[in-house]
Design a protein around this ligand. Structure first.
Ligand code: ATP
Ligand code: MG
Length: 389
């Protein structure tokens, strides 16, 4: 059933919408196509949050879209969609497509064009299935997502069990929206998540990694990882971390995530993804090195680096596939903690080494210094040295 909500109902401020997204929609509509804002940006505008990016859905076909904008590239092999570029900003424009909401099989084909209604129905949650037409200032709702957004209720479009089996990444997305917007989760979705959580291993590791990284950067990372652990998804995704969360006396990972979240709220400068990913491994790595060194032997940095690669593999490799470059940077950040901090009462030699991205190791020390105030005096000379460099 289609419902249309006018400005009086939704209170989306039109000047809160990105002017380049408006330009794209206007141009498509002026050529006789249907075009709306869709998905995450409509949800964010309704929830009073500034959207990170803007997606447009349209009746225009990829070639037609490309013909209309000079700064436009077609991407994707299976389903072709258009990226319209404005400097660094990209407006993603895709043609309405259909799905099969009732088929339990893992989605492998996702490339049929469809109607606006079909396109809404193939989306994951009702709050993500809304359209916004900025020129009539109306919200167009085929999935009863408008009411759910107002009630802050997270409901799966269609049958939750079926939709999670089709695409298990949706379970992680459920936890993500719950953590990010403090939503109440529909009980059916919660039950389906508990029943289907093992299926997460059938999903693409690259997509899962992207969702985890986005959440590390989100300012709601603690609540996200805590929830992943509580619903038993973490046990499948990162078993070593899951075991750590269960048994650690002090959960340093969670404490550091809380700090990363509070820094996100306070400061406009963003921590690098590798620094944030280090939060997940460092406490496990530190404990590992501590046990190895228990007999008093002191390891040189080369040995510590080998152990860093070993632990990174042990923590992530069961399911995730971290790109090689990131693994290198992660190992550098972990290893460098033993260069930055005094070891076995030896004084630290404060000299910035010629190691690419070394400041990321200092950023990690900065992060941890909020948890352990004694690290503040260790951090100071390194900050000075970085400035003098
Ligand atoms: P974020 O704010 O983290 O970007 P998002 O909801 O915008 O969250 P995107 O990955 O940018 O997520 O996806 C854009 C839209 O595509 C979603 O709002 C949703 O409508 C749809 N979508 C994304 N992933 C799925 C999925 N796994 N199954 C069905 N629909 C999806
Ligand atoms: Mg998005």
């Amino acid at each position: 059933m289609k419902q249309v909500y006018s400005k009086e109902n939704h209170q989306i401020p039109i000047d809160g919408v990105d002017p380049d997204a408006l330009y794209v929609i206007k141009k498509l509509q002026s050529q006789g196509h249907t075009a709306y804002l869709v998905g995450g940006s409509v949800r964010d505008l309704l929830m009073g949050v500034e959207p990170k990016d803007y997606d447009v859905s349209t009746s225009a076909r990829p070639e037609e879209i490309r013909g209309l904008f000079k700064n436009c590239y077609i991407i994707g092999r299976r389903f072709r969609l258009a990226h319209v570029r404005f400097g660094d900003k990209i407006i993603e424009v895709s043609t309405f497509r259909s799905g099969d909401p009732e088929n339990e099989d893992l989605i492998v084909r996702d490339n049929e064009f469809g109607t606006p209604e079909e396109d809404a129905l193939r989306r994951d949650f009702t709050i993500n299935g809304l359209y916004y037409d900025p020129f009539t200032e109306t919200v167009i709702d085929y999935v009863q997502g408008f009411e759910d957004a107002q009630k802050r209720f997270l409901r799966v479009i269609g049958t939750a069990h079926v939709r999670f089996k089709q695409d298990p990444v949706r379970m992680i997305r459920l936890v993500k929206f719950q953590a990010r917007f403090q939503l109440n989760v529909c009980p059916h979705a919660h039950t389906a998540l508990l029943d289907c959580r093992g299926e997460i291993l059938k999903s693409s590791p690259a997509r899962v990694l992207e969702e985890l990284l986005r959440m590390l950067e989100s300012g709601s990372s603690f609540s996200f990882f805590k929830q992943l652990s509580d619903v038993g998804l973490l046990q499948h995704l990162i078993p070593t971390l899951s075991a750590y969360c269960e048994y650690a006396e002090e959960n340093v990972v969670f404490e550091l995530l809380k700090i990363a979240d509070s820094l996100h709220k306070k400061s406009s400068s963003r921590l690098d993804r590798c620094v944030l990913l280090s939060v997940i491994v460092y406490p496990i790595f530190e404990r590992h090195i501590h046990i190895l060194q228990k007999n008093g032997s002191y390891f040189h940095l080369g040995r510590i680096e080998n152990e860093a690669y070993f632990i990174i593999e042990e923590v992530f490799a069961p399911f995730l596939e971290i790109p090689k470059r990131m693994v290198g940077t992660l190992a550098m950040i972990l290893t460098s903690q033993y260069r930055l901090r005094p070891q076995a009462n030896k004084p630290v030699r404060v000299k910035i080494p010629r190691i690419p991205d070394f400041q990321l190791a200092i950023d990690f020390l900065y992060l941890e210094s909020h948890l352990r105030p004694t690290l503040k005096s260790v951090l100071e000379p390194w900050k000075k040295a970085l400035k003098l460099r």
